[in-house]
Each structure stands twice: as C-alpha cells, then as structure tokens.
Design a protein around this ligand. Structure first.
Ligand SMILES: [Zn+2]
Length: 326
C-alpha cells in the first residue's frame, strides 16, 4: 500500500526535473507539441517523433519496438512525461541534442556552415555510429576527411579551412586522433597522427581538449613519438640529399647555380634543420631558403619540384612512418 504513493512522489519529482530543462530542447527546436516520444538524456527531455527517429535509425526503431508499458513494469519503458512515453539515453545531453538536430535540421547545418564546428562533427560521428544514424555521420566524416585528407595536395589546399575548424587550440588534434582511433577512421588516422606529432611534448603528455577531457594513452604516445622520430630522420635525409644538388638539365649556368645552392645551404642550414619533422607543413619556407639568391629559373623550379615530390612521397608514407597497418 505504501509503495504506490512513494512511486508517485518519485514520478512527480522526476517530472519537475525534466520540466526545468524543457527550454533547452525548445531552444534547439527539438520540442514538438505533436511529438509522440520523449527522449531524455541527463534529464533534458526532447519531445520528438518515433516515426522520424525510427526512419533514420534501426537502433531507435528497435528501441521503440520494445514491449509496451502495460506488459513491462520493470524498466524505464513504462515511464511517461506529461502523458508521452519516455526513452532514456545514457549519453551527454548536448551530444544527443546535436544528433537529433542532425536528424531534424541537417539542411540548416549544410546551408549555414561552410565548416562544421568540431562540437557537431564529434557527436555526429560517435553517436551516429552508436545509433546507426547515417546522414549526419556521413556528412561529419566527409568534412573530417577534407581536413585530414589522404592526399598531400588536399592537405595543403585545406590548411585555412583546417585552422577555422580546429581553432587556436592545438590540443584539439589529440581529441581528433582519439576519435579517429576509437571509431577506426582509417583514412583520417595518418593525417591525425602527423598533426599530433607536431605538438610539443608538454601538450602530448598533458593534453586536455577544448570540448572534452582528452589525453593520449601511453601506447598512443609511444606511437606518435616513434613516428615523429622517423619523420625527423626522413626530413634530415632529404635535406642532406639537397647538399648533393644537381642543377636542372636545362640549366645553362650549372657552376653558378651549384655555387648559389651551396651558399644557401651554408647560410640557412640551421634554419632548415629546425624544420626537420614538419617539412610537410613548412615546405614553402624550405623552398624559399633553397631558392634564395640569383639561382636560374630552371634550377629554382627544379628545387621546388624536388621538395614537392618529397612531400607527396612522405605524406603517402605516413602509414609506414607511424607504424600503421593496412
Ligand atoms: Zn641553373
């Protein structure tokens, strides 16, 4: 006899907590008066439509087809909020909000944002996988692939976009690497590893991301530091190769160009060595040092070609340099 009033009191106080958070759903246009399911995450209720969610996700579809309230009295499936059935998720409410916004308002995201903020990309990939919501997940993967591409040319082209997307907080690279690793985003990993290898030891060891606490596991730290060492050795090998400069075959002043190149190497050697490990990102500066002075145009272009060729080959070898298995 005592049980029923206690249960009711609990239900009422649960409802009060949800009621306090309705505005969060309304602000995100995720409270539909004609909705027929309330999705709750961290006590934030989103009143949405079973049909819409089930149409986008088999996981939601299965979830909604669980036994009806009258049959099952043990779990949360019998919970209601203001007369509407409730489904509770264990995820962060902002992640759920972003996923639902991706389901209901994907076009708005695509129209209004030339780059998606990482705070959107991240939940679309993680929760998109968890709940098998493909549209937002595919879009997020496509954006991430543009910024962490498989090709070196795209990497150079998208440098400005990448800066806008990642912001000024370099620690974001660690979050992206962890996301790529946990979601097995094989195409993203080489570029993400490379970007992590450009971080200082301090950031690598104690890194905390902008959006969520994020640090590298000891095993990943070893992978990145070993790859960084391989990359530095590779860059130094390339710079040494420049010492054995052979003028362009079209050069009409080979002795002169040979002399200028030696001079450049002598003057800029310390600066060049300081670029070891990050020539992929600083190749324009390396080219500037190496083509200084009155080198003939053929030899200038020859050196630029060599640097570009090296960068493309190195980018394609990131897998090997960081010990990734295909
Ligand atoms: Zn020349």
């Amino acid at each position: 006899m005592d049980e029923e009033p206690a249960k009711k009191r609990k239900r009422d106080s649960d409802d009060d907590i949800l009621r306090l958070n309705i505005d969060r759903a309304k602000e995100s246009k995720l409270w539909f008066e004609d909705g027929n399911i309330v999705v709750v995450a961290e006590n934030v209720p989103f009143k949405v439509h079973k049909g819409v969610l089930a149409g986008k996700s088999e996981v939601f579809s299965d979830m909604f087809s669980l036994p009806q309230p009258s049959v099952q009295d043990m779990s949360n499936v019998n919970e209601h909020f203001e007369g509407t059935p409730v489904v509770r998720l264990t995820d962060d409410w902002q992640d759920v909000k972003t996923l639902l916004a991706g389901i209901y308002h994907l076009e708005e995201f695509l129209e209004n944002l030339s780059t998606l903020p990482f705070a959107v990309v991240n939940p679309w990939i993680r929760l998109g996988h968890k709940y098998d919501v493909r549209g937002p997940r595919s879009e997020a993967l496509r954006r991430l692939g543009v910024l962490f591409p498989v090709s070196y040319h795209l990497y150079l082209e998208n440098a400005i976009l990448r800066d806008r997307f990642i912001g000024s907080n370099l620690k974001r690279f660690i979050t992206i690497y962890n996301l790529a690793r946990s979601q097995n985003l094989r195409d993203i990993l080489p570029a993400a590893l490379y970007k992590c290898s450009s971080l200082s030891y301090d950031v690598l060891v104690s890194g905390v991301g902008e959006d969520a606490p994020s640090s590298l596991s000891p095993a990943d730290l070893v992978i990145i530091l070993a790859g960084q060492r391989n990359l530095i050795n590779s860059d130094i090998g390339f710079l040494k190769k420049l010492i054995a400069f052979t003028p362009s075959e079209n050069c009409s002043t080979p002795d002169h160009c040979h002399y200028v190149t030696r001079l450049n190497l002598g003057v800029y050697w310390d600066d060049l060595i300081a670029h070891a490990g990050r020539i992929l990102s600083t190749s324009p500066t390396v080219m500037t040092y190496m083509t200084a002075g009155n080198l003939c145009l053929h030899c200038k272009n020859h050196i630029i070609d060599e640097v570009q060729k090296y960068c493309v080959e190195t980018w394609n070898s990131l897998d090997k340099l960081f010990g990734l298995k295909r």
